[in-house]
Design a protein. Structure first.
Length: 73
């Protein structure tokens, strides 16, 4: 069965939060590292915003993970 867009956004949102917490980072810390406002991280983690490919790469680099980790169920 094909994945829907909303499902993928939810997976990415949960993974950003999971890996950020595993890295013992606050939303503010991650926002500073990827050069966005703190509210942007909140919006990504709540699934209210969809990250661009560039943002996924920046987040993955800041969290020292591979970008595909943010897309895995």
């Amino acid at each position: 069965m094909a994945m829907k867009k909303d499902e993928l956004i939810n997976i990415i949102a949960k993974n950003i939060k999971k890996y950020r917490n595993a890295a013992d980072m606050r939303q503010l810390d991650l926002s500073i590292q990827i050069n966005v406002i703190e509210n942007h991280i909140y919006m990504l983690e709540s699934g209210k915003r969809t990250p661009s490919i560039d943002t996924i790469l920046k987040i993955a680099n800041a969290l020292n993970i591979e970008p595909y980790e943010l897309l895995k169920k």
